[in-house]
Design a protein around this ligand. Structure first.
Ligand code: 5GP
Length: 173
């Protein structure tokens, strides 16, 4: 296994998170913001961005994983769901990376069924060319090519989440 070249540095990440947080702070002024982190991958991005958002907010989390069976679309399994009542909330889902879009599409529809006041999505990374299911992304940190990346919360085999930067990753034989 090889952790490759740094793909996004600590400084690039910091600047982008600040930029996103500024836009979100302006757009959520006077609203009832519920920031929902999608675990485990988004835990670092989530904790950085909520600390830079300058409007009052409530946090919650959900844990989901998707399984791909053969060539067919993945199936999403919920391990932990939001505990907050979303009915009067402006929900902002915070994700680490959107790949096929299957996970986020499932989570988005699940939350919409609970009738939030509004629902938007913020993702740190977007691998647009891998998309299988279209999902509206309201705030995107970086659009990246189709490469497997680790660090800044993202894992391979549950490892490398603690790298402070994003790195490309290759699995050797
Ligand atoms: P999707 O349902 O959009 O295909 O999958 C999204 C999930 O796949 C992410 O939350 C993440 O867990 C995983 N994933 C997709 N691409 C990458 C990647 O490049 N690196 C890592 N570590 N995980 C990825």
């Amino acid at each position: 296994m090889v952790v490759g070249r740094p793909f996004l540095t600590v400084e690039q990440i910091h600047n982008k998170v600040k930029e996103l947080a500024d836009v979100i702070s302006d757009e959520y002024e006077g609203k009832n913001l519920l920031a929902v982190g999608i675990l485990k991958g988004a835990f670092v991005f989530f904790s950085d961005i909520v600390r830079m958002i300058r409007v009052p907010l409530v946090v919650d989390f959900l844990i989901a994983s998707s399984y791909v069976r053969g060539d067919s679309s993945g199936e999403v399994k919920m391990h932990y769901d939001i505990r907050e009542d979303v009915a009067d909330k402006d929900v902002l889902l915070i994700e680490d990376i959107v790949d096929t879009g299957i996970t986020l599409n499932y989570l988005r529809e699940r939350i919409l069924m609970k009738g939030p006041k509004s629902l938007k999505i913020c993702t740190f990374l977007d691998k647009t060319e891998r998309r299988e299911v279209s999902v509206p992304l309201d705030y995107v940190g970086f659009r990246i090519p189709n490469e497997f990346v680790v660090g800044y919360g993202l894992d391979f085999d549950n490892k490398f989440r603690n790298l402070p930067y994003i790195s490309t990753f290759k699995k050797t034989a």
